[in-house]
Structures are given as C-alpha cells and as structure tokens.
Ligand binder design. Structure first.
Ligand SMILES: [Zn+2]
Length: 84
C-alpha cells in the first residue's frame, strides 16, 4: 500500500487534514507524504492555507472556489519558484 500514486494521495489530502479518512488510510497517506517531497509540499501548502483561513475567517469556511483559486495560485507561484 506504500506505492499509492501521488494523484490519489493529493485527492485525499483535504479529507486527511479534516480527519475524515479511515485511520488505516491516514497511516498510508502519512507514510507516503513522509517519503514523497511533492506530496509533502502539497500537504504543507494546504495546511498553511487552512491556518490562514482559520485565522482570517474564524469559523466561516471559505467558499470552495476561493479555496481552489488560492491553492492554484500558491501551486503556480511555487512551481515558478522551482523553475528558476
Ligand atoms: Zn507523492
């Protein structure tokens, strides 16, 4: 199970951060992320974004479209950084 594809891990990261995945799945995701730098980066970006949104919006959840846009912008700027 440790050879879970990155795409699948990334799809599960939001649920993982929300604590909505099964404990066994969370272990697999945690093990993958620990060994996979791109997924680790993705998890860190999402976790940081959550902290920012929680601080700014308190209990109000950002609309999914806004969240997706922010994640896209962070991902784009980060991939820009790595290309330099
Ligand atoms: Zn990965």
């Amino acid at each position: 199970m440790s050879d879970l594809p990155c795409d699948e891990v990334k799809r599960s990261l939001n649920a993982f951060l929300d604590g909505e995945v099964e404990a066994a799945d969370a272990d697999v995701i945690r093990a993958h992320v620990a060994a996979c730098e791109p997924c680790m980066d993705d998890l860190e970006v999402r976790a940081a974004l959550r902290r920012i949104l929680q601080r700014c919006c308190c209990a109000v959840r950002a609309p999914e479209t806004l969240r997706a846009r922010v994640v896209t912008q962070i991902t784009v700027s980060r991939s820009w950084y790595w290309q330099i």
